[in-house]
Design a protein around this ligand. Structure first.
Ligand code: SAM
Length: 432
């Protein structure tokens, strides 16, 4: 059967939440009736969120896909500054639990129609009276749209206890606002065919509730007259790697420094020996430089010039370095090559790394921080005065072929967003 909505309705509901998140940037978000966590999986890519919680009464459903919320390799390779924590609970939205408090946004997507009307009252009390979030998004089927759904007899799902008209939804929502100090806007997703929108409304109706007074509307500590209850069961929790963790920051910075130090060393050595290559075509001829190459080339030139200058400025310092076990090449490398020592190194000044590699400067914040962070790392060898990274030099370094693309990349792939196919619609939605 042809799909009735493009994109499918469940995706439009999730997109509605994502758009709200993009506009309002809530830091703490809880999805009630999270089922197989498909909305949470999309929300975890929103860097502003630092706590993402899912609650569902059905622990089996949650457990089925919860491991899909674990960080993936790019989260470790390219951690961000935010500190995302995800928690999943088995529990009922009709019960209070201390873990539900302090949220900026609560989402309840196609949940309330699975509750009895008595439980909807309890849900209202828990969400608007106990949790008191800054905003709440509630979506539920609009029964006025049902006659347009092909082959539908009765409710859209066998577990639905009711399906409300727009007026019924409105009446519940306005009562909630009056009782708990919120305002509400009505909207929806799933457009009716042209000419019928006003008569039947949206297929899924949505209420966006905002607490009166915004973030200052209710001080949690002052409002807190509730006992500290915790009937919910924690099923899963995970902390995403963050650059605010000192060890992670250092690991990422060290990889970046080593990568760039190695690159700069090769560039400089190629210059020094005149072995600088132009991009070769398959036939061996010189390829016309593409725009990308030109940009890359310019960047390299700036770096090389900077490096040459700084290495030259340090010409005097080299003699001081001669007491070191390592041989340090500068532009006056000939004199140093004469010294026969065990290890040969190229010295890459930290300030060159700092000015050539934006990621190194943004990660470390200052040149002195950069030195401090590298100082105690066993992978990094600094010169005696701590102003340069020493990179091992081997003859074959010059012989190895270099991939021109690598020069532009920082050694890590851009974070690809993992796409998941686990999305949930209602019974009826699976049929159309
Ligand atoms: N929100 C999901 C989404 O957008 O993908 C789909 C929700 S699904 C239609 C309804 C969910 O509500 C089910 O996973 C069900 O287990 C859950 N549920 C029903 N009663 C509940 C209750 N009292 N407390 C918490 N979750 C409940």
């Amino acid at each position: 059967m042809a799909q009735m909505f493009t994109p499918p309705l469940h995706r439009q509901r999730h997109q509605f939440v994502i758009d709200f998140v993009k506009r309002n940037k809530p830091k703490k978000v809880v999805d009630l009736g999270c089922s197989e966590c498909s909305l949470l999986k999309k929300l975890r890519f929103h860097r502003e969120i630092d706590l993402l919680v899912g609650v569902d009464i059905d622990g089996t459903k949650v457990k089925k896909k919860m491991h899909g919320l674990a960080p993936i390799s790019t989260d470790y390779l390219q951690p961000s500054y935010n500190q995302l924590r995800i928690e999943l609970y088995q529990g009922s939205v009709t019960q209070k639990d201390a873990c539900l408090r302090g949220f900026d946004l609560v989402t309840s997507i196609e949940l309330i129609e699975h509750l009895t009307l008595a439980d909807v009252e309890r849900f209202s009390e828990v969400v608007f009276g106990y949790m008191t979030p800054v905003a709440v998004i509630v979506s539920t089927p609009n029964s006025e749209f049902n006659p347009l759904l092909p082959g539908l007899a009765g409710f859209r799902h066998r577990d639905h206890k009711f399906e409300w008209t727009r007026a019924e939804f409105r009446s519940w929502a306005l009562k909630v606002c009056l009782e708990f100090g919120y305002e509400v806007e009505f909207t929806g997703v799933g457009q009716a065919p042209s000419g019928q929108q006003e008569r039947v409304g949206f297929c899924s109706q949505i209420g966006v509730f905002r607490r009166l007074g915004g973030r200052d509307g209710c001080n949690m500590l002052l409002c807190d007259d509730a006992e500290d209850v915790s009937p919910y069961v924690l099923l899963y929790s995970v902390n995403y790697p963050s650059l605010r963790d000192h060890n992670i920051l250092r690991r990422v910075l060290v990889s970046e420094v080593l990568f760039w130090a190695e690159k700069l060393k090769r560039r400089w050595m190629e210059e020094k020996t005149g072995a600088h290559r132009l991009c070769q075509t398959e036939g061996g001829g010189e390829e016309c430089l593409s725009e990308r190459h030109v940009e890359m080339k310019e960047k390299q030139t700036v770096c090389e010039a900077g490096m040459r200058n700084l290495v030259e400025q340090r010409g005097k310092g080299v003699s001081e370095d001669q007491e070191e076990e390592d041989e340090v090449f500068g532009t006056n490398g000939q004199r140093q090559e004469d010294c026969c020592t065990l290890h040969r190194c190229v010295s890459v000044p930290l300030d060159v790394l700092w000015s050539c590699c934006p990621k190194v400067s943004s990660l470390s914040g200052s040149l002195s921080n950069l030195r401090r962070l590298l100082m105690d790392d066993p992978e990094v060898k600094l010169s005696q005065d701590g102003t340069a990274v020493l990179v091992n030099y081997q003859e074959q370094d010059l012989e190895e072929k270099e991939d021109p693309d690598e020069l532009e990349d920082s050694g890590y792939a851009e974070a690809g967003q993992c796409s998941h196919t686990t999305e949930q619609g209602e019974d009826w939605e699976a049929n159309v």
